[in-house]
Design a protein around this ligand. Sequence first.
Ligand SMILES: O=C(O)CCC(=O)C(=O)O
Ligand SMILES: [Fe+2]
Length: 308
Amino acid sequence: METVSKIKKACEEIGFMVITSHGVPEPVIANAWKSVGEFFDLDESSKSQLSNMSADYPYGYEKGEVLAAGKDKEKGKALSTAPDIKETFTIGPHNPASGMPSPIMPSEPPAFASHYSAYYSAMEDLSSTLLSSFALALELPVDWFESKTSHHLSALRSLNYPDQSGMTPEPGQLRAGAHTDYGSLTILKSGGPGLQVAKDVDGEPSWVSVPHVPDGFVINLGDLMRRWTNDRWSSTLHRVVNPPRDGKNHRRQSIAFFHNINGDEVVTTIPSCMDDGGSKYEPIVAKDFLMMKHLASVKGVIEEKEEL
Ligand SMILES: O=C(O)CCC(=O)C(=O)O
Ligand SMILES: [Fe+2]
C-alpha cells in the first residue's frame, strides 16, 4: 500500500501510527534528549522556578497533573483521580505572530534553550510534511494546511516519569492517565515502552501497547483534527502505564510536540468530510477550542495559583 493510503487507514481506524525515515537530523534529537534529561535531574527548587503557568502563559514546569480529559468520554466517569506520576516542561511558539509570549526557558543546563528551540523547529518541519500527506489523504490540495498553520500555536512538552522503586502508586494512578490530545497532531519521541491506546470493544476500552521503535516517532491525532474531519478521523484515548516492579530502574523520558493550527483559524468541517447530514459541529475559532480544552485539563493547577 502506498504511504498516503496507509496514513488514511491509520487516521480513520485508530488515529495512531509509528513513522521511521522521518528526516529529523539525529544530533537535533540527541541534543534535545540530553538537555531534557539534565534539566529533570536538577533540584526541585530550580525546576519549580519555572512553574509559571497562567491563562496567558499555558506552559512551564509542572509536577503531576490530573488530566480532566482522563474520563470515559461516553459515560463521563473519571478513570483515575490521582495525579499522574510525572513532571513536565512545556514551551509554546517562538513566532510573535502566534499571539503568544516568547518561550521562558530554563537557564540550566546552559545548552537547553538552543537544543530545545532546534528540536521545536525540526518538529515544525516534520508537521508540515505530515500535513501534506494528510491533505492528500483527505482529497485536498497538497498545500491545503499551509495557510492554516502559518502562525500556529504548537507546544513542545518534555516529560519525565521517575523510577517507581520505593513508592506505591495509588489504585488507578498511572504515569499518564487515559486522555486524548486536543490539537491537530502529536509527534512523540519516547525512551521506552508503556504507551497504550484504547481500542473500543463493545463500549469498553481494551488497551493495546504501542510498539516502542527507538528511532521512530509515534504520531497521533488530537480532538481538533477529529472535529475538523467531522469525526471521520479518530483522536484515540491513550495512557502511559506504570513500569514492572522488578528492582530495575525504569525512569522514562519522552518529548511530545503538540501541533496546533493558527489560533485565529475558524475550524469548519473540511469539505471532503461532509456527510449526507452535513456537519456535526458548529464552526469554532481554533484558539477558543484549544483554550477550552486546556483550561479544563489544568483547571485545578491554574485556580490554585491564582489564589496565592
Ligand atoms: O510519554 C508518552 O509516551 C505519552 C505522553 C502523552 O500522551 C502526552 O503527553 O499527551
Ligand atoms: Fe497524549
